[in-house]
Design a protein around this ligand. Structure first.
Ligand SMILES: NC(=O)c1ccc[n+]([C@@H]2O[C@H](COP(=O)([O-])OP(=O)(O)OC[C@H]3O[C@@H](n4cnc5c(N)ncnc54)[C@H](O)[C@@H]3O)[C@@H](O)[C@H]2O)c1
Ligand SMILES: O=P(O)(O)OC[C@H](O)CO
Length: 336
């Protein structure tokens, strides 16, 4: 198959290698000309994914038209902040009938829509799907066993993507709940930042388990209010991705959180991690959504206050621990 991968960060490189190793003709697009040139010369993303040598059947370009024209599958994997603009620029070159699969995780910052909704707005009539799940590029690059979910309202398209990405180390499930799959992937980044902050403060394992559990409660509460299926959040793009991102040292979100817990500002932490920390952006959009819809999301709210209003992580913990007393199931996976 002729495939374009739009975005050459760590995930774009790992995905390109998976697809190229399966014999596909892959064109990898970079936003920066220098990044594309360096990939062409080194066949390796030395900054973001060192050690993965990109197969010979990957070509490199920073020209969006050259990347997208004539491709039957387009994998969108830029930082979430660039998805809308990149989709708008891609539109004239997307072949009719091409599938666009979004592997980025986040929200559109102008509309708070999910990324597939944003791509559909910019490229009406395109067949748009989501690919998500617990999948650090560093491990996929080493062909360690990994699972993903390919989500599309069109089951034939979801199955086509399942076949396209599946290997003996990459097991792909299908889902028709595109919204739930995307929200799970976007919102877990906020909780992973908080888990990192907890680790940076040295709060221990009990606190992290509490953040993950109550974090999943608020992800599911917002997700179901927006129309996603509750069961999706106990799946790979919900609980699965929450677990890996809150516990792995590969996680950019967790690593940024640890630095914030140790006293760095969000800006300093993002600079030190030096790769995209989606949870910072997602916290802002999730906070706006929770206020707009009247959904209680106390952990997300405290993340927002730490990241954007200068609250100290210690104050945020105190706020969370001294909230009104609750009955657990009253506040469970139910939207109010
Ligand atoms: N890294 C992972 O393990 C992983 C796994 C699953 C999903 N994701 C998601 O994939 C997306 C990309 O993350 P990543 O980890 O590959 O990023 P990264 O931090 O490794 O690299 C970011 C890339 O974005 C490029 N970039 C910067 N500005 C841009 C712009 N305006 N337009 C297009 N590209 C631009 C940079 O040049 C760089 O290539 C994120 O939404 C992330 O949540 C990442
Ligand atoms: O490294 P993170 O925190 O950006 O997470 C990457 C992926 O979303 C994990 O599935």
């Amino acid at each position: 198959m002729k495939i374009a991968v739009i975005g050459s960060g760590s995930w774009g490189c790992a995905i390109s290698a998976v697809l190229a190793n399966k014999g596909n003709d892959v064109c990898l697009w970079s936003y920066f000309q220098e990044e594309s040139d360096a990939l062409k010369t080194n066949r390796e993303n030395k900054k973001n994914l060192p050690g993965l040598i990109l197969p010979d059947n990957i070509t490199f370009t920073s020209d969006l038209e050259a990347a997208v024209r004539g491709r039957s599958v387009i994998v969108m994997v830029t930082p979430s902040a660039a998805v809308g603009d990149t989709a708008r620029k891609m539109r004239p070159y997307v072949e009719s009938g091409a599938a666009i699969v979004c592997a980025s995780k986040g929200f559109d910052s102008e509309t708070q829509k999910t990324l597939t909704q944003t791509i559909e707005d910019h490229i009406p009539n395109a067949l748009v799907a989501a690919l998500s799940g617990p999948s650090h590029a560093e491990e996929v690059a080493k062909q360690k066993p990994t699972t993903l979910v390919a989500a599309s309202r069109n089951l034939t398209a979801a199955k086509m993507l399942q076949d396209l990405f599946m290997t003996d180390y990459l097991r792909v499930y299908t889902s028709s709940d595109v919204l739930g799959v995307e929200l799970g992937g976007a919102l877990k980044n906020v909780i992973a930042l908080c888990a990192g902050i907890s680790d940076g403060l040295g709060l221990g394992d009990n606190a992290k388990a509490a953040l993950m559990t109550r974090g999943m409660t608020e992800i599911a509460r917002l997700g179901t209010a927006l129309g996603a299926s509750l069961s999706t959040f106990s799946g790979l793009s919900g609980m699965g991705d929450l677990i890996v991102t809150c516990t792995s040292m590969h996680s950019r979100n967790r690593r940024a959180g640890i630095l914030i817990g140790q006293g760095k500002s969000a800006k300093e932490a993002m600079e030190e991690v030096n790769m995209v920390v989606e949870g910072v952006y997602a916290a802002k959009e999730a906070f706006k959504l929770s206020k707009r819809l009247g959904i209680e999301m106390p952990i997300t709210e405290q993340a927002y206050r730490v990241l954007f209003e200068g609250a100290s992580p210690k104050e945020a913990v105190e706020e969370l621990m001294t909230r009104d007393k609750k009955h657990e199931s009253d506040n469970g996976f139910v939207s109010k």
